[in-house]
Ligand binder design. Structure first.
Ligand code: UGA
Length: 432
């Protein structure tokens, strides 16, 4: 099939490349000339394991193309995926849909035969209705169908999530488009992926409800971790003990520094805002947002406790500063609160991240980037394992640090407290 992806951000690029790898002809369109020129040469704007190889492979076999010409790209395609950003509005919790509607207007100028227009970006309930109205101002309704097909890709695991999805959700109010979409996804369905067909509005809500539920699960275990810390219990035992109950499930029960990234913080707020519009109180999600936001205060208190209220002049080494491993994304990372807190208290902060130094910390005089784990650990009093990169999972702390009083604060519970303590080092984890 001939596909057009509008927007070459995370969602558009990953989905476009993966669709081309399944044998479709894909054009990825973006207004950013520089980005498109780079992509044509196989230069990828984001860090995502496996993406570069897949882009190069599909450029070579001519199934993947890049363009800045939206009109021509739409004309040549049967299915158009809208993959533009839906950030939070300034001073509001609701999503800014201006890029979606602008794309809709642009598309409506180039419809020369029947097109399926899909929202793949995360868009609130009823966005499809509005998009349909916008396009219908220019185009006869029988010439297009607006469908919702949300993505469930995790950064760092996006290609695997595309190829082996738990489910594919398509929300369409017409059967013809549903059949075409089922056919598009048939290579994945034949490998076992479940295909769920719903009304368009339901698909829009499934995406938000899924992210809000996952954020709730994480926040729940983070609060249980707070209780474990006060009662000498290891939260990892609780995660296993409850996760093995099939009604609960073991995934997304890892206690950590607070959920971050470009999706959960934004989407939890947006679903509350949508529900408010429909006069429905999502009190659980509201509590989750609040609990996650105050988590950094709890972590700061714990840092005070770990360093016995003597943070000034202590050398604190961060291993990883992004919102999680396998990504270069800093959005809503807990390090953005913890590092400024430590900096203000007069600590000397060194950080190493496999994806390089971060502009967010340039303004702090006492925060410096280290080129390796070894450099970051040199002279350290406290090591904070902030993300769960494989590189951080089996560090020989004794080899890299001469400090016999070195403290490890393992915010991802990667290490065995017993083994670290056996080395004579102090260990703190989350909820243990
Ligand atoms: C999330 C969803 O998992 C995807 O299904 C969805 O498609 C995506 O948002 C989106 O809406 O685009 P992502 O934000 O990339 O994906 O990352 P996650 O792996 O879900 O992690 C989110 C945050 O939760 C991270 O800060 C992570 O460290 C934290 N987390 C995750 C935990 O603290 N504990 C866990 O057990 C799992």
């Amino acid at each position: 099939m001939k596909l057009c992806m509008i927007g070459t951000g995370y969602v558009g690029l990953v989905s476009g490349v993966c669709f081309s790898d399944l044998g479709n002809d894909v054009i990825c369109v973006d207004k950013d000339v520089n980005k498109i020129n780079n992509l044509k040469k196989g230069v990828i704007p984001i860090y995502e394991p496996g993406l570069e190889e897949l882009v190069l492979k599909n450029i070579k076999n001519r199934r993947l193309n890049f363009s800045t010409n939206l009109k021509d790209s739409v004309k040549q395609s049967d299915i158009i995926f809208i993959c533009v950003g839906t950030p939070a509005k300034k001073n509001s919790n609701s999503a800014d849909l201006s890029q979606i509607y602008t794309a809709g207007k642009e598309i409506s100028k180039s419809i020369n035969k029947f097109k399926i227009i899909i929202t793949k970006s995360t868009v609130p309930l009823t966005t499809g209705d509005e998009l349909e109205n916008i396009i219908a101002k220019k185009v006869k309704k029988k010439l297009f169908s607006v469908v919702s097909n949300p993505e469930f890709l995790r950064e760092g695991e996006a290609i695997r999530d595309f190829v082996y999805p738990d489910r594919i959700v398509v929300g369409s109010n017409d059967i013809k488009s549903m059949k075409i979409l089922k056919n598009l996804y048939s290579p994945l369905i034949s490998k076992g992926a479940k295909f769920i067909s719903t009304k368009r509005r339901a698909a829009e809500l499934i995406k938000y409800a899924a992210n809000a539920f996952l954020a709730t699960k994480i926040t729940f275990i983070n609060e249980i971790a707070n209780l474990c810390e006060k009662t000498d219990i290891d939260v990892e035992d609780i995660s296993i003990g409850i996760g093995l109950d099939k009604r609960i499930g073991s995934r997304f029960l890892r206690a950590g520094p607070a959920y971050g990234g470009s999706c959960f913080p934004k989407d939890t707020k947006a679903i509350v805002s949508t529900a408010d519009k429909f006069k429905t109180n999502l009190s659980i999600v509201k509590s989750v947002i609040k609990s996650n936001e105050i988590r950094s205060d709890l972590l700061s208190k714990r840092l005070n406790f770990i360093l016995k209220n003597k943070i000034k002049n202590k050398v604190v080494s961060f291993l990883g500063v992004t919102f999680k491993a396998n990504t270069d994304d800093m959005r809503d990372s807990s390090s953005l609160k913890l590092i400024p807190f430590l900096s203000k208290k007069g600590a000397k902060i060194k950080y190493y991240d496999p994806t390089g130094s971060k502009k967010e910390f340039k303004k702090f005089k006492n925060v410096e980037f280290s080129n390796s784990i070894k450099d970051a650990l040199k002279g350290s009093d406290l090591v904070i394992v902030h993300t769960e990169w494989n590189d951080f999972k089996s560090i020989n702390f004794k080899k890299f640090s001469k400090n016999n009083k070195l403290i490890i604060y393992d915010m991802r519970n990667i290490y065995s407290p017993y083994k670290i303590r056996k080395l004579g080092l102090k260990y703190f984890g989350i909820g243990r």
